[in-house]
Design a protein around this ligand. Structure first.
Ligand SMILES: Cc1ncc(COP(=O)(O)O)c(C=O)c1O
Length: 417
């Protein structure tokens, strides 16, 4: 790994090696994380990183882009085939940039936009006052039904009728259930608006056909290429044919400049890989593992938000255990299980404390963990929740967690070259 850096900058090499060691010996359960394959790491650092190009294949602003054209065309065709989309744009630098690109494509300053509340599972880029987009557009929000903890579509419809959003946004960062994209499309259209589905979290599950696809319903679909898609740190935007020109203009020159061609190369590999049977089996296991985790934690007395999960996310209300999200996150980190504190609906705690944690099963499924190991992890979590400040108890849990993950190497094909 990093054989040249090792010689030229041993100090930095040691830091990267330390991070590899941390990942190897930790049980990574942050829902937005995944492990990049050797091919993705190779391609992310390939010679396409040297090339500056802007524009689109056949219409570049810089000479010497013919090879880049070939790659971008291949990537676009693979992305379209993977998702059955009319049009794909691989240039967004991340999921956030993909969202900004759609806003650039279809919104004018002051336009009404409707997205899910951040503390009910939405994302910062969907209208949070903390995000600079909220200065330019008139964001409104919808949330979850307080009893079912599912999206309250009736309330959403009433809010849409009141504010008549130009853009309705579906999708979120901490929503463990399926979304009725068909109903959301109907609501958007009934008020003369468009539907954008941000599938950042479920993009891999959608690609594998493990959860329903938003593509037949949405005008625009945006995504990160990390998270369940298990790709490089990048973004993706899809749309119906009628919006293709607007989307491309929204991406470039609207939201990005020169293309990260090295990352585009990694995405191009990803879109082929994600169409395969191995990836489908992995995504099936991701969901099985999440369901097993939700069920086991619930048996152990944790309150699982919405009563379970349909995807890779399990959101816990820790008030059932008398602890906060930050305390549980820190205690789990000590024992070698990485999760993140997360707001839950109507959370009485501050965002820096929270009453919940969000747990994801993508990375552990990539390492080969199945339901039996997931239930062991749930048991460790329960022991940690019972004694989050008891060093001796935490040390016992740490030893158990280390033992559990040992037979499942991060890179089973051998050390990174
Ligand atoms: C729903 C959703 N959209 C967008 C993003 C942003 O993606 P990125 O970190 O790739 O910009 C995230 C991830 O944090 C997300 O959860």
């Amino acid at each position: 790994m990093l054989k040249h850096t090792r010689m030229s900058d041993p100090e930095l090499f040691d830091i990267v090696a330390e991070e590899l060691d941390r990942q190897e010996h930790n049980i990574e359960m942050i829902a937005s994380e995944s492990t990049e394959s050797e091919e993705l790491l190779e391609l992310s650092g390939c010679v396409f990183a040297n090339k500056t190009t802007e524009g689109y294949p056949g219409a570049r602003f810089q000479a010497g882009s013919q090879v880049a054209d070939k790659m971008e065309r291949l990537g676009i065709e693979r992305a379209k085939a993977l998702y059955g989309a009319d049009h794909a744009n691989l240039q967004p630098y991340s999921g956030s940039t993909a969202n900004y690109s759609v806003y650039a494509a279809v919104l004018k300053p002051g336009d009404p936009v409707l997205g899910m509340r951040l503390d009910h599972g939405g994302h910062l880029t969907h209208g949070s006052p903390a995000n600079f987009m909220s200065k330019f557009f008139n964001f409104h929000s919808y949330g979850l039904n307080s009893e079912t903890e599912l999206i309250d579509y009736d309330e959403l419809e009433a809010i849409a009728e009141k504010h008549r959003p130009r853009l309705l946004i579906a999708g979120g960062s901490a929503y463990p259930r399926l979304i009725d994209y068909g109903r959301m499309a109907k609501i958007a259209r009934s008020v003369g608006g468009l539907l954008m589905v941000d599938m950042a979290h479920v993009a891999g599950l959608v690609a594998a056909g493990v959860v329903p696809s938003p593509v037949p319903h949405a005008d625009f679909v945006t995504s990160s290429t990390t998270k369940t898609l298990c790709g490089p740190r990048g973004g993706l935007a899809l749309c119906r044919a009628e919006h293709a020109k607007a989307l491309d203009k929204g991406v470039f020159p609207g939201a990005v400049s020169s293309i990260h061609l090295n990352i585009m190369a990694a995405k191009t590999w990803l879109f082929k890989h994600a169409a395969g049977t191995e990836f489908k089996a992995l995504m099936e296991q991701v969901v099985k593992n999440a369901k097993a985790l939700a069920s086991e934690l619930s048996n152990l007395g944790f309150r699982v938000i919405s009563g379970g999960t349909d995807n890779h996310i399990v959101l816990l209300d820790l008030r059932s255990k008398g602890i906060t999200g930050s305390l549980f996150q820190d205690a789990l980190e000590y024992v070698g299980i990485t999760v993140n504190k997360n707001m839950i609906p109507a959370d009485p705690e501050k965002p820096s404390v929270t009453s919940g944690v969000r747990i994801g099963t993508t990375s552990v499924s990539q390492r080969g963990l199945k339901e039996a190991e997931i239930c062991q992890i749930a048991d460790i979590m329960n022991q940690v929740a019972a004694a989050p400040k008891d060093e001796a108890a935490l040390n016992r849990c740490k030893a158990e967690a280390m033992e559990l993950i040992k037979p499942f190497p991060l890179y089973p094909k051998g050390p990174l070259n």
